[in-house]
Design a protein around this ligand. Structure first.
Ligand code: PLP
Length: 451
């Protein structure tokens, strides 16, 4: 094994990281992870910590999920790749489609279109939404609506519906015809409304107003995360997603649920949409579908949307979209094993129970440390703290302070993620209460050092 300094130097010399300034690797070298077991990761220096990030919201079953590893190895032996473009398919992807059909039956989703990850899933859903309206003879429905603070990946379509300038500005011009609605974000919103239910009503009214302004007949779809993840775990009031569903239905607008994070149990329910009692028209999934062990994703399609495509006789419904890795047999085998394990372990219940412990622990830390302006979560294992340098004015925290919290937490046993002013926690769903305590104790040490 090469030593840490040697690897850091090579890392800075030869690769660029997503979501980082290229010079960061030199000035602030990343942690070099060389091994992982259970819910713990190990760095090149042999230091082991609980992974409060869960890889990147995706390693729901931890790093030692043998059935998924075995399934990948077996499939590599039998059929390592074949295309699912018109004319060929494979046995594993057929089996997976039947399993997913059953898994998503309560969400009303009965067909799958496969992708290589979350951004691909978003791009696919946006394209299918436009095509759906064209097939139905409403070619004028081309625009998209989404939430400010929403995150929908990095393809040009996804970036266009993203609601955070950091992922947009340097890549403009993006897709025309994308409009953003205020998110139900109680800590900061244009209405200065702190009551979640009232804020939900205001945001729904803003959606209605935007639809009226644009003209309902010009809008293809509204895309949203049931709980906003990367934007800092913004949990809407329970009235919000049902309200969006109702408005979309009223105006003939498709509702795309971006569940790249929330599908497969993270919200404490099997899907975020189900959590709020909503059936979307299209659902984007990826990440935990293979426990992060293989790049893979799927767009799930509602029966009534599928019928529009399948009954078309004009040729307009032929899908001119897809990826070399759509329906990859190794991804399919990984997903089959992963869904089986996810259900066998019933991880959604552990996500809800451990999530409640983590959320309560973070609230206790907020009572102790002035820097914690807001604590969000309470629905499964997705929680965030928004740091402020002053609670009254909510002035954002400086980079150095939040960096100290993260670094000292790491030294004390937990990897946590910093995104802007937020510390985000999205650990594996197989976490124990002891692991939750480890994360909380490590963060306590981090805040004490930064205070
Ligand atoms: N959509 C949501 C809600 C996400 O959280 C992410 C990634 O975090 C994506 C889309 C993009 O997924 P990927 O990074 O796999 O392309």
């Amino acid at each position: 094994m090469k030593d840490s300094n040697f690897l850091k130097e090579k890392n800075a010399r030869s690769l660029w990281h997503p979501m980082a300034h290229p010079a960061d690797s030199l000035n602030n070298p990343p942690t070099i992870v060389t091994g992982a077991e259970g819910v713990r990761i190990r760095d090149v220096d042999g230091h082991e910590v609980v992974d409060g990030v869960g890889g990147l919201w995706n390693v729901n079953l931890g790093f030692s999920c043998q059935p998924v590893k075995d399934a990948i190895a077996r499939q590599l032996d039998v059929l390592p790749y074949y295309s699912t473009f018109r004319g060929t398919t494979n046995d594993v992807i057929i089996e997976l489609s039947e399993v997913l059909r059953e898994f998503y039956e309560p969400d009303g989703l009965t067909r799958a279109f496969y992708t290589s990850g979350g951004s691909d899933s978003v791009e696919t859903a946006l394209r299918l939404a436009r095509q759906y309206h064209k097939v139905r003879g409403e070619a004028g429905r081309t625009k998209f609506l989404s939430l400010k603070k929403g995150y929908h990946g990095t393809h040009m379509g996804g970036a266009s519906v993203n609601g955070n300038a950091n992922f947009r500005t340097q890549y403009e011009p993006l897709l025309p015809g994308c409009y953003h609605i205020p998110a139900p974000y109680t800590y900061r919103n244009p209405f200065n409304e702190t009551d979640p239910e009232k804020l939900s009503a205001l945001c729904l009214q803003a959606l209605e107003d935007e639809i009226a302004f644009q003209g309902a007949g010009t809008i293809a779809a509204m895309i949203m995360e049931p709980i906003l993840g990367a934007g800092g775990v913004i949990v809407p009031h329970e009235s919000f997603m049902p309200g969006v569903r109702e408005i979309c239905t009223k105006h003939g607008i498709l509702l795309i649920a971006d569940e790249v994070i929330t599908a497969f149990g993270r919200s404490g329910s099997w899907t975020g949409s189900r959590h709020w009692g909503v059936q979307p028209d299209l659902m984007c999934t990826a990440k935990a579908i293979t426990n992060g062990y293989f790049p893979f994703g799927a767009v799930m399609i509602a029966e009534h949307v599928a019928e529009v495509f399948e009954k078309d006789t004009s040729g307009a419904a032929a899908i001119g979209h897809g990826y070399t890795y759509s329906g990859h047999p190794v991804g399919a085998a990984a997903a089959l094993a992963c869904v089986a394990e996810t259900l066998r372990l019933n991880v959604k219940d552990n996500a809800a129970a451990r999530g409640a412990e983590l959320y309560a622990g973070l609230q206790a830390l907020q009572g102790k440390y002035e820097a914690i302006g807001d604590v969000r979560g309470g629905e499964g294992l997705m929680t965030a703290m928004e740091l402020a340098s002053d609670r009254g004015s909510k002035a954002p925290i400086d980079k150095q302070t939040i960096g100290t919290v993260q670094e000292v937490a790491y030294q004390n046993g937990a990897m946590v993620r910093v995104s802007g002013p937020n510390i985000i926690l999205s650990p594996p769903l197989v976490l124990t209460s002891e692991d939750v305590q480890t994360i909380l104790t490590a963060l306590d040490a981090g805040f004490a050092a930064a205070a």
